[in-house]
Design a protein around this ligand. Structure first.
Ligand SMILES: Nc1ncnc2c1ncn2[C@@H]1O[C@H](COP(=O)(O)OP(=O)(O)OP(=O)(O)O)[C@@H](O)[C@H]1O
Length: 348
């Protein structure tokens, strides 16, 4: 990934890991945006507390960096329970989960990030745990393997995924609460920037925050990262304050496009237009032309391009919109249309 692509990638970078915990909201009420999701969660939490029952299993889906992990830890806080975190790809065998599941107290949360990447053997193991509060433990291997069934405390599984469509139907069916997170509109991102600036002790004006928000790809993780980079500039080249001019100058120096597009976004659109005559073209062919894997293209880049109206998913494949042609300085061909994507249609 080039330096320029990195700045606006919604994926987590090492530099984010160090700061993100301190920027995470501590209460659901502090979580900015995603109002419908938060209201629904608040009701579920209050109902579970009133009934003294564990919260139903919860599934969060949506593009990376929108707050799935944050919401999972907020659920734990609101419920006053412990949370253990793991992720789909790191779980190799059921034994990796036995310790966690047998040690949980009633109502505790198990958070599984990238839950669409669970191996089938782990999924099979989780079904009775999620439904009947029991796990089957293998005592030996081979054709005459012995298993022992063990009761566990009732718990809540919170799963997060960027690829709802890849979850198996039986897994999906086991979640009582399914919430999709959407890209954030600029005004909410500006509020997130101001909140983070307060925590980090950075002086930021509303216009400065808005300037960062507009270029953050609808993603709080990117907004927070831009804030940190621009803070450096403000301290070295200005008086430490991020106002509109400082934000603009810093973002220009950092090569962050004023529409929030990064280098990879531009390459995607260029390939569509120059190599495939605007499409429609299948995802695989597009990925090969870009030397990128299909999953990253589909999970990380497409949702934003669709939301911003540059790319359309059609039954015959991906197509560039008239807006994409204009953005890259081409005249749209007569057949190119502008997408009807609404702000919240992120194609997930
Ligand atoms: N609504 C919000 N208000 C304030 N900060 C937020 C909000 N949503 C996310 N953030 C911040 O953005 C960063 C990324 O959030 P988080 O790690 O929860 O995203 P995620 O959706 O789990 O991403 P991934 O799936 O890529 O891990 C965190 O620092 C978090 O505090």
């Amino acid at each position: 990934m080039s330096e320029r692509t990195e700045i606006t990638t919604p994926l987590s970078l090492v530099e984010d890991d160090q700061v993100e915990p301190s920027l995470r909201p501590q209460r659901l009420a502090e979580f900015i945006g995603q109002r419908k999701v938060c209201d629904a969660l608040q009701i579920s939490v209050e109902a579970a507390l009133a009934r003294r029952e564990p919260l139903d299993h919860v599934l969060f889906h949506g593009p990376p960096g929108l707050g799935k992990t944050t919401l999972a830890s907020l659920m734990a806080r609101e419920l006053g329970v412990n949370i253990k975190t793991t992720s789909g790809p790191v779980l190799e065998k059921p034994a990796d989960l036995v310790g966690i599941l047998t040690n949980q107290r009633e109502g505790d949360i198990l958070f599984i990030d990238e839950i669409h990447r669970l191996r089938p053997i782990i999924e099979e193991f989780l079904y009775p745990a999620m439904e009947d509060w029991q796990v089957d433990i293998r005592l030996s291997d081979g054709p005459r393997a012995q298993t022992m069934t063990m009761k566990i405390e009732r718990f809540t599984l919170i799963g997060a995924t960027t690829r709802f469509g890849l979850l198996t139907a039986p897994m999906r069916a086991r979640f009582g609460i399914v919430q999709r997170l959407h890209f954030y509109p600029p005004d909410e991102l500006a509020t997130i920037v101001r909140r983070s600036a307060d925590i980090l002790g950075v002086d930021t004006t509303q216009e400065g925050a808005e300037e960062l928000a507009r270029r953050a790809r609808g993603t709080p993780r990117v907004a927070n990262r831009l804030l940190r980079r621009v803070r450096d500039y403000a301290e070295v080249r200005a008086d430490g304050r991020i106002d509109r001019d400082v934000a603009r100058a810093a973002l220009e120096l950092l090569d962050v496009d004023e529409y929030g597009l990064d280098e990879m976004d531009t390459r995607v659109l260029r390939a569509l237009i120059e190599t495939f005559e605007g499409g429609p073209v299948g995802l695989n062919s597009l990925a090969v032309a870009l030397g990128e894997d299909t999953a990253t293209l589909e999970e990380v880049y497409e949702p934003f391009l669709i939301q911003e109206g540059y790319l359309m998913r059609t039954p015959r494949g991906r197509a560039a919109t008239a807006k994409a042609y204009r953005r890259l300085g081409f005249t749209p061909p007569p057949g190119a249309s502008d997408s009807q994507a609404s702000f919240f249609d992120d194609g997930a």
